[in-house]
Design a protein around this ligand. Structure first.
Ligand code: PMV
Length: 352
């Protein structure tokens, strides 16, 4: 379709959340393809908002033309990463050859909170770019979320799971026909209602940026002595997790979630080279949480990303008592008593 110059100018804005994996993706191959399938809850309050003003480019070359600001300030590191990403996804977005982009991205959580922001950042960016492509090519069809999930995956694997409300599964898994390594699929209807009420209180043990980059972390699996065992176990855990999620078996979901978190860190501890991403306060919190659970008989469980912060997950009906406990007993082990009180959410939204 011929591009009218008027179509080449405008503004789009998307807000997209982070997600927390219950079954972890760890190890990749090819162009960001997972070695094993994973499933996550979509979060609500930890999100990235990406606003893009676009206009016709003044020079005629086919290079990316971009000015990137993070939280209102230029950021050379992020700008370079985004240029690289835009070059990679150019085939999906032919309009990028014709337009200049002014991108402004902000996170709802402090950047230095140690929260992995790549899932929310790349999903918000992929949504905004897809929206621009539709507008500049004069199409008024809605955004195709599987497509956008695939494009987000090329920036950060876990970003492809942020696209859907409540829960998403990414990676080919034989018992789910529509599953694929290329993009995530929504799992909301396969998960019991009780999990819609789930909270994820993220206890910020350290605000330092990641010790191990995501790519280095995944590459540790390439010659890992336990790689095959892990990939097999992840599949076994995923089936058990799906069964438990479906029937609302909170205990089994919690048990599997914790096992996955521990396996992720155990794999890192015996990688070559090895990494210790847990901190003394991470272990202290986990220990206290287990004690609290068994004394109070409350279904409260933890999971971890590739870092020291602890995600504490529990049903809404226990929110008051768990949050009181977090505030009185656990915040002392957090960096400057920092925590993010998140919960499962409905996925990305377009900001008009
Ligand atoms: O999407 P990446 O490349 O940042 O990897 C995410 C890895 C974990 O957070 C540890 C697990 C997961 O499935 O989200």
């Amino acid at each position: 379709m011929p591009q009218d110059r008027d179509n080449l100018a405008g503004t789009v804005c998307w807000q997209s959340p982070s997600n927390i994996a219950l079954i972890k993706y760890w190890g990749k191959h090819g162009d960001q393809l997972p070695r094993n399938p994973s499933i996550s809850f979509t979060l609500k309050h930890s999100f990235t908002q990406t606003r893009i003003h676009y206009r016709p480019k003044t020079n005629k070359d086919q290079q990316i033309s971009l000015n990137f600001q993070f939280e209102g300030k230029e950021n050379k590191g992020f700008q370079d990463r985004i240029v690289q990403y835009l070059q990679k996804v150019m085939d999906y977005f032919p309009s990028l050859q014709k337009i200049h982009l002014e991108i402004d991205s902000t996170n709802s959580f402090p950047h230095s909170s140690g929260i992995a922001s790549s899932a929310s950042a790349f999903s918000a960016l992929a949504l905004s770019l897809s929206d621009i492509e539709l507008k500049t090519s004069g199409q008024d069809s809605p955004i195709e979320l599987f497509n956008v999930s695939e494009i987000a995956r090329l920036g950060s694997g876990s970003a492809c799971r942020s696209m859907f409300p409540f829960a998403a599964l990414w990676g080919k898994f034989n018992s789910i026909e529509s599953s694929t390594d290329r993009y995530a699929i929504p799992m909301g209807t396969e998960v019991h209602e009780i999990f819609r009420t789930f909270h994820d209180s993220i206890l910020i043990v350290s605000r330092e940026s990641k010790k191990v980059s995501s790519s280095l972390g995944h590459s540790l699996m390439d010659n890992h002595p336990f790689a095959e065992v892990r990939y097999r176990d992840a599949r076994k855990n995923l089936q058990l997790m799906l069964d438990a999620l479906k029937v609302g078996d909170i205990e089994s979901v919690g048990f599997l979630m914790e096992m996955e978190a521990m396996q992720l860190h155990a794999l890192m501890l015996c990688s070559n080279p090895n990494f210790i991403l847990l901190q003394p306060n991470t272990l202290k919190i986990i220990d206290l949480l287990k004690r609290f659970r068994s004394e109070m008989k409350i279904p409260v469980f933890f999971t971890l990303d590739a870092g020291p912060n602890v995600h504490v997950l529990y049903p809404g009906e226990n929110a008051q008592v768990v949050q009181n406990y977090i505030q009185s007993e656990l915040l002392q082990f957090c960096s400057e008593q920092n925590w993010i009180n998140d919960c499962v959410g409905d996925g990305p939204i377009k900001i008009e």
